[in-house]
Design a binder for this molecule. Structure first.
Ligand code: MSP
Length: 487
């Protein structure tokens, strides 16, 4: 049976600084889903990338005394290094500065919006938050500052092209209410619906900037005085990456994306701007809209993790200290997929010791050592396909394929329940004591435990791929596994 191709995207990240744990969270969630769908036999395209035309990037580069391109290349390399250290199995990394892959499609999209009569020019003045790369309204300010960035917005007046977003308010509302355009979880759907249902509805949005102020961005077709403004450029990457404007057959194969995974701070762009643009460009016949999955924020000590607040946890530091799978574990199990989750070095260490050193690591060691000592071999080598076909494992796929959004946290919880159950079985049956009086009975128990450990390793594959392989290899090679030393 041919399974549907699975196309998943991370947001494209601003290369103004290294990625922190918040970003690593999004990317790892996508990776876990990509691995799950590959494991289930789907052809998968996993896209990530960098959003390179934002003015804040140029400012940071200048501060460091570097040319933007040189600065950005260095940061993008650091992104990719982190992906490789974290075993992120991305298929493509798109850079919006890529004139071959990205620009033709972004300009084609622009032309479609023009053809539809949805782009117009007007003079605009407003308060602009550089952190958000967006105009911000008076109502949104707290003490005259952007509540997310704590900075005073700049007053900007300029001639811009606008996208007629307001005219899509009603249509988007209908598509969301009918379930044809899906945003998960329900709380985020409600959040965007309340914007759509408010008396103001959606406002038209600025889609270009004067080229003089934004020279490095994508030129607006047929008007050299303007360049595209960040959101039209950035969102387009989801389609240009898979061929829009350059390779229609590939585009047709992958579009629409199965999931755009995002953080809640970019909800409006993905749940209003983007579907409206797709509909306007004739790409969004209702059933063709991608699903939007909105995760929560990683906080540190209860506050959103961000460079500005100075509470950033560096993923590389944790990987060096605890290993990549410890980080992947924390993201999958210790943080509820769709809610905010706190992460501090202390919390991380406690979770590591409890669930990895003592939990999984200890269990794997005990079982394998008993098997070696008593001469017990692996009695069966089920594959993941065998296991997932069994009704008693239906919970696993059910969690991953949940209609209301994949429940990665729930699937990981399920695996840890099995780890706890196996631990309990050792405690209660005490095979190491039983071996002295009834070696055959003890060996039977250990044999079952060994199959269970093998099964746990298989189930861990999307979450902790190298740990899964290490456990399986140790069992096959009849040696102790190298896992999680106590810290
Ligand atoms: N470039 C835009 C996205 C364009 S997508 C077409 C952008 N970039 S970003 O680098 O600022 O953020 C990228 C993603 O990281 C967003 O989904 C954002 O929600 C997420 N996170 C940033 N800080 C985060 C946390 N502290 N916790 C979880 N996710 C966080 O926005």
């Amino acid at each position: 049976m041919n399974k549907k191709p699975f196309y998943i995207t991370t947001p494209i990240f601003y290369p103004n600084a290294e990625l922190h744990m918040g970003h690593a969270f999004t990317v790892t969630v996508c990776d876990i889903l990509a691995r799950y769908y590959r494991m289930q036999g789907h052809e998968v395209h996993f896209l990530s990338g960098s959003d390179e035309h934002a003015s804040k990037i140029v400012r940071v580069a200048e501060k460091e005394g570097k040319k933007p391109a040189e600065f950005i290349d260095g940061i993008v390399e650091a992104f990719k290094k982190l992906y490789s250290e974290l075993d992120i199995s991305y298929d493509q990394f798109i850079r919006t500065s890529d004139k071959e892959v990205h620009w033709p499609g972004a300009q084609k999209l622009w032309n479609e919006l023009v053809a539809r009569g949805d782009i117009y020019k007007k003079s605009y003045s407003g308060m602009y938050c550089v952190g958000h790369e967006a105009f911000i309204t008076e109502k949104e300010l707290v003490d005259g500052k952007c509540p997310d960035h704590g900075t005073v917005p700049e007053l900007l007046e300029e001639e811009n092209y606008f996208f007629a977003l307001s005219k899509y308010t009603q249509q988007l509302r209908d598509l969301i209410t009918s379930g044809e355009f899906s945003i998960e979880p329900a709380s985020r759907r409600g959040e965007i619906l309340s914007v759509l249902e408010s008396p103001e509805g959606l406002q038209d949005v600025s889609f270009s900037r004067p080229a003089s102020k934004n020279a490095w961005a994508i030129p607006v077709p047929n008007d050299p005085s303007q360049t595209m403004y960040v959101w039209c450029d950035a969102l387009a990457s989801y389609i240009t990456a898979v061929g829009y404007g350059r390779d229609e057959a590939t585009f047709k194969k992958w579009w629409p994306a199965s999931y755009h995974v995002i953080g809640k701070d970019i909800l409006r762009f993905h749940a209003a701007f983007w579907p409206a643009m797709l509909i306007a460009a004739g790409l969004g016949a209702p059933t063709k809209l991608p699903k939007i999955l909105v995760h929560g924020m990683i906080t540190s000590g209860g506050r959103k993790m961000s460079k500005t607040l100075g509470n950033v946890v560096r993923p590389m530091d944790l990987i060096q200290e605890y290993g990549k799978d410890a980080l992947r574990y924390f993201i999958a199990r210790e943080i509820p997929t769709y809610e905010d989750g706190d992460m501090t070095p202390e919390l991380f260490k406690a979770a590591y010791n409890a669930s990895l050193a003592n939990g999984l690591g200890n269990l794997a060691n005990r079982i394998i050592v008993m098997a070696l000592n008593y001469g017990v071999d692996l009695a069966a080598q089920p594959t993941l396909t065998d296991i997932l076909a069994r009704p008693d494992f239906a919970w696993y796929s059910a969690a991953f394929e949940k209609e209301s959004g994949p429940d990665i946290h729930g699937a990981a919880q399920g695996v840890w329940s099995r780890i706890a159950a196996a631990d309990l079985r050792i405690q209660q049956s005490e095979p190491f004591k039983l071996y002295k009086t009834d070696p055959e009975a003890a060996k039977n128990i250990v044999s079952e435990l060994l199959v269970e450990l093998w099964t746990i390793a298989l189930l861990l594959t999307p979450f902790m791929p190298s740990t899964a392989v290490e456990i399986q290899t140790a069992i096959k090679e009849k040696r102790k596994p190298t896992l999680f030393p106590r810290k």
